[in-house]
Design a protein around this ligand. Structure first.
Ligand code: FES
Length: 315
């Protein structure tokens, strides 16, 4: 696996902000500044056994002195969050990549509407901070069961003031996408949270005339489609004409590496965006959760995505 550069950062603070969410502040052990990032970015956190997990940065992008993460303990997760909660205490070392942004703010938008479900608030809080600092027009809708279970609620209040609307289901207030209104030019929607929230927002808004391209979402869980049956296909290399056979039991990424291409990767689950690659023709079966619809016409994630019959890669 070709990973991104990993830094050994020190845990400066590890504070529970709800019963199951740990807020971490990470600093470099000797340097005052960390690599710059923009709101919506995530880092890879490398676990001792080599597994990699992606977590959004939730701090202030203008603060180069630390990275802030808020990590929910997922009882039915893949083990990453349980390790974080059990091991990342003050002065522990966290192995963290430089940030990467696959969920950026659209700079030319006139208005930004952020919809956060539970721990999905993390990238949106960073966006709210960046938008507030630039004087942009924005609103944050924060959905949780209750105030006590809403991660980073105080920070969201401080960053957003009156631009924050809370939807606490235990109080009978469930988020209704209708409050966003009809599709509007110059307004971008950003959603992060459970898949059902993102699906509900996307389908409600597209039904009201919002273009797909104005709805952005991020979710760090791989597609779970156990019924998918991979088929073999051919991958043609545009620069050389070489044709590679991708058997059903191997990923395109694996075959490319076997043919000598130094492809970067991190999660190999279609959630981080590290292995992104261009293509020119072919019917691609996209199986990642990171590429926005507008990029799927000519970009793919070879760690999980495949093609029907053949694809030509921009390599
Ligand atoms: S390696 Fe993460 S999306 Fe492919």
């Amino acid at each position: 696996m070709t990973a991104r550069l990993i830094m050994k950062l020190r845990v400066a603070e590890a504070v529970p902000v709800t019963p199951d969410v740990l807020h971490l502040r990470l600093v470099h052990p000797s340097r005052p500044e960390l690599p710059a990032w923009t709101a919506g970015a995530h880092v890879d956190l490398r676990l001792p056994d080599g597994r990699v997990r992606q977590y959004s940065l939730c701090g202030d992008p203008a603060d180069r002195g630390c990275y802030e993460l808020a990590i929910k303990r997922e009882t039915d997760g893949r083990g990453g969050s349980a390790w974080v909660h059990g091991n990342l205490r003050p002065d522990a070392t966290a192995h963290v990549s430089a940030p990467r942004n696959t969920f950026p703010i659209v700079p030319e938008a006139r208005r930004h509407i952020l919809v956060a479900g539970g721990i999905g608030v993390t990238p949106l809080l960073a966006m709210a901070r960046q938008l507030a600092a630039s004087g942009a027009d924005f609103a944050l809708h924060l959905c949780a069961r209750s105030a006590a279970e809403a991660p980073l609620l105080q920070a969201a209040r401080a960053a957003c003031g009156r631009r924050l609307t809370c939807w606490f289901s235990a109080e009978g207030r469930r988020f209704d996408p209708a409050v966003i209104g009809e599709g509007a030019d110059g307004t971008e929607i950003y959603v992060c949270g459970p898949q059902r929230l993102m699906d509900a927002v996307r389908s409600a808004l597209t039904a009201r005339g919002w273009p797909e391209a104005q709805i952005h979402s991020e979710h760090f869980a791989p597609i779970n489609d156990e019924t998918f049956k991979p088929e073999p296909f051919e991958a043609r290399i545009a620069s050389t004409g070489q044709v590679l056979h991708v058997p059903a039991e191997r990923s395109l990424l694996d075959v490319l590496r076997g043919a000598g291409f130094a492809m970067p990767s991190s999660c190999e689950l279609g959630v981080c965006g590290s292995c992104e690659c261009g293509y020119r023709d072919g019917l691609v079966i996209h199986r990642d959760v990171v590429l926005p619809p507008a990029k799927r016409q000519d970009r793919l994630m070879p760690c999980v995505s495949r093609a029907r019959v053949a694809v030509t890669l921009d390599l």
